[in-house]
Design a protein around this ligand. Structure first.
Ligand code: ADP
Ligand code: MG
Length: 316
């Protein structure tokens, strides 16, 4: 059976969350009717800038935040109608690291297994510690672990009840390059063993390297949901910003210019596909059209540009 015929690991429909005003914080609509499926067997990226609503969505799935409207199913279990089975089907690695510093990694996992009602004989705390490369720390105090070890322990903790779906909320925020690589490897290993993985991140590059599919959320709205390859195509753009020796009265044009826009009187912003041409060619074209170039800078299209691109094409 192909992936498309399997029911989704997670199914979200018209999910709405309005936070009530509290103290000085005003009411906030953090999710404005979000719908998407996470296919089984994938590493699925939920990408979006800070404040987009990623953690709110994850915390609704985890049963930590009450939704205002819409529905969610995990592994076919509705979180309202069948919260027990929904909860059993998902493991959540939260954004914040919280541990009781006086428990050892082994005890952390045993306690969590107890909470989930995993019978003693079915527990696999040592095996899990091995999987996250913490076997030698089984009996160390949690407070003596490095930040990276704590993150890995949190992943093991999320897996004690062997859920088919693992969700990681910003696993690599504020994490160094080496640890990030380790975490990516670990996530890939788990996925190879059949676990469907959802991870939230605000790094396009991370989602790009790891995920089969990426959904982008911005201001509580889903603005894209595509195979990674297609999304990355949209970030191929590079922008050259020019200051010219005279006022631009007529915009220069060329097939290599994806976009050309005036910035003030003497400025020009030209967007091009970095796989097809380069900044040098763009400069020659502009000079060929009779302009002198006073100053030039280039920048890569980033997530922000992809957002702009997507939101403007959605509006068109
Ligand atoms: P992300 O994880 O993408 O950074 P969040 O889901 O944490 O985004 O936040 C989405 C929006 O909801 C933000 O504007 C945030 O300030 C607001 N928000 C999050 N949690 C609460 C809360 N408990 N009460 C009020 N507003 C909240
Ligand atoms: Mg968050």
């Amino acid at each position: 059976m192909s992936t498309t015929e399997l029911p989704p690991a997670i199914r979200i429909r018209d999910l709405v969350k309005r936070y009530a005003p509290a103290g000085k914080a005003p009411a906030k609509e953090a999710l404005k009717g979000v719908s998407f499926d996470v296919p089984q067997g994938q590493i699925f990226g939920l990408l979006g800038p800070n404040g987009a609503g990623k953690s709110t969505l994850i915390n609704i799935l985890a049963g930590l935040v009450n939704k205002t409207g819409g529905s969610a199913e995990i592994w076919g279990f509705d979180i309202d109608a069948d919260p027990r089975n929904a909860k059993r089907s998902i493991g959540i690695v939260p954004q914040e690291i919280v541990f009781d510093p006086f428990f050892t990694p082994f005890e952390v996992l045993e306690n969590q297994a107890g909470l989930y009602g995993v019978p003693k004989a079915a527990r696999r705390s040592l095996e899990l510690l091995g999987q996250v490369h913490l076997a030698d720390k089984a009996n160390a105090y949690a407070r003596t672990l490095s930040g990276g070890m704590k993150r890995r322990l949190l992943i093991a903790k999320a897996m004690v009840h062997t859920p088919p779906v693992l969700v990681l909320d910003e696993p690599t925020a504020g994490v160094d390059v080496e640890l990030r690589r380790q975490l990516w490897e670990l996530v890939s290993e788990l996925n190879h063993h059949g676990v469907t993985v959802v991870l939230t991140t605000h790094y396009l590059e991370e989602a790009e390297q790891l995920c089969n599919r990426i959904a982008i959320i911005n201001h509580g709205e889903l603005i894209a949901n595509k195979p990674t390859r297609e999304l990355v195509e949209m970030a191929r753009e590079k922008i050259v910003v020019l200051t010219l020796d005279r006022e631009v009265t007529e915009l220069p044009s060329h097939p290599a210019f994806l976009k050309c826009a005036k910035v003030g009187d003497h400025g020009l912003e030209v967007t091009f596909d970095k796989d097809r041409t380069n900044a040098g060619e763009i400069l020659s074209q502009i000079q060929g059209q009779g302009f002198g170039i006073v100053d030039v800078t280039t920048r890569e299209a980033d997530l922000e540009d992809v957002f702009v691109h997507l939101t403007s094409s959605a509006a068109a």
